[in-house]
Design a protein around this ligand. Structure first.
Ligand SMILES: [Zn+2]
Length: 434
């Protein structure tokens, strides 16, 4: 992703920022399902979430923000410093080791207190990142992986296990994103036709194998999550994201929160029929958006036009387009126009500040852009002309970062998607630090 940076001092960069409004809601909420938190734990959670969301601040600022007495904040922060979760910082943000410090001294989260592994599963590769509590990515790797193989889930578990054990910082959990539907991140039941995974209890399998909290999410939503923390979300609280690549994906972030819908299926636009007379889609229907604009749809269209031979790929089409081949340009233009037209309706429905385009297909954006923008602008309502369109470069690690961030944000996520794992992750953080 362009322009992203990670560091312990950037207040909006930490995954904990997803506890949107948590500095208020956490302290008011003493219940989580049937479990009741002791008052001290509630305050501790509120202090940690506030530091995660706003970045380093003084005890006096915390007391004001949380409407607590300076004495109460002092007690909790002393305990957090003793546990190694929070540290005193000097004016430049460096750790400061002169005791408990003055009331006005800045306190910040200790990145090395905990970490999460995030992974992006694609049909042919696995991308993993190791991300610290303060949002710093310390390791990442991309390796070939056959997600369609019969033992793919067992393989995935062992790859994650091998990657996760390479660091002594406490592992709070593992986040995994997949190119399909996920009922809830904490349950992790997935439906991923593209990988041949049907009614798969991925979360349960991985929890059994790794013995740590596992959160599973749809890839586009994980990417939107990363964007909401490290990218567009820094300046836009409400945005839409469309991804082009093997499939066509969509996500909507409203007021800093990724919208999941009732069953986690919000944004599943790829198999909406845009022309019933269109080509056959691999899902069995005809004329799905993906049948026109997904990777296989582009290849099929290029073959029909004689642009590529039987072994040609999207890269072959792009090379032909680069040479000015009219057929190749028409393949991209037709796909782009259909996606632009479809997405124009979402602008009217969602009224986002910005529309972000991402995904591996964005590498060929110059061939998509003219028809996409033209159809988007001509089909959307007049007022939506002010919606900016931005393109993000494609990096698998960005998706994996989103998956890791979901884990790190979990203790402070008040929405049902966090489920029962909220306290498990928090308990690992506090126990490991004690
Ligand atoms: Zn389809």
């Amino acid at each position: 992703m362009h322009g992203y940076c990670f560091g312990s001092l950037a207040p909006v960069l930490t995954p904990w920022a997803t506890a949107a409004g948590c500095s208020v809601t956490v302290r008011m909420s003493t219940t989580d399902g049937n479990a009741r938190l002791p008052r001290a734990d509630t305050t501790r959670t509120a202090v940690l979430a506030l530091l995660g969301r706003r970045g380093p601040m003084s005890r006096a600022q915390m007391a004001r923000q949380l409407e607590l007495s300076p004495g109460a904040v002092g007690l909790v922060t002393k305990r957090l410093i003793d546990q190694g979760l929070v540290e005193a910082l000097d004016a430049e943000g460096a750790a400061h080791h002169s005791g408990q410090g003055r009331p006005g001294q800045l306190l910040g989260l200790v990145g090395r207190a905990g970490r999460a592994v995030g992974a992006k599963v694609a049909a042919d590769r696995l991308t993993m990142v190791d991300m610290r509590l303060d949002g710093e990515v310390v390791r990442s790797g991309i390796e070939p992986f056959d997600a369609t193989a019969p033992l793919a889930v067992a393989q995935l578990a062992s790859r994650l296990q091998a990657f996760a054990r390479q660091d002594r910082v406490p592992l709070l959990g593992v986040g995994v994103c997949v190119p399909g539907m996920v009922d809830r991140p904490d349950l992790g039941n997935v439906e991923v036709p593209a990988l041949g995974w049907s009614e798969l209890a991925l979360g349960r399998h991985l929890r059994g194998a790794l013995g740590v909290p596992i959160l599973v999410e749809n890839g586009v939503k994980a990417l939107a999550f990363a964007e909401s923390l490290y990218g567009l979300g820094r300046s836009h609280r409400t945005f839409a994201l469309v991804t082009i690549g093997r499939g066509i994906g969509f996500a909507h972030v409203a007021e800093g929160l990724v919208q999941r819908g009732t069953y986690g299926r919000a944004g599943e636009i790829g198999h909406c029929v845009v022309d019933p007379r269109g080509p056959l889609c691999w899902c069995g229907r005809t004329g799905c958006l993906e049948a026109f604009a997904g990777q296989d749809g582009l290849v099929a269209a290029a073959r029909r036009r004689g642009v590529i031979g039987p072994r040609g790929s999207v890269e072959t089409i792009a090379r032909a387009a680069a040479r000015g081949d009219a057929g190749a340009l028409a393949v991209f233009s037709d796909a782009a126009g259909r996606v632009g037209r479809f997405v124009s309706a979402t602008l009217a429905v969602l009224d986002p500040e910005v529309l972000l385009v991402a995904g591996e297909g964005s590498a060929h954006w110059r061939y998509w852009e003219p028809a996409f923008l033209s159809e988007l602008r001509s089909c959307a309502p007049d007022w939506s002309g002010t919606v900016r369109v931005e393109v993000d470069s494609w990096e698998d690690t960005s998706w994996a970062q989103g998956a890791a961030a979901i884990v790190l944000a979990t203790p402070f996520d008040q929405r049902p998607a966090a489920g029962g794992l909220r306290h498990q992750v928090l308990a690992r953080l506090v126990d490991e630090s004690a």
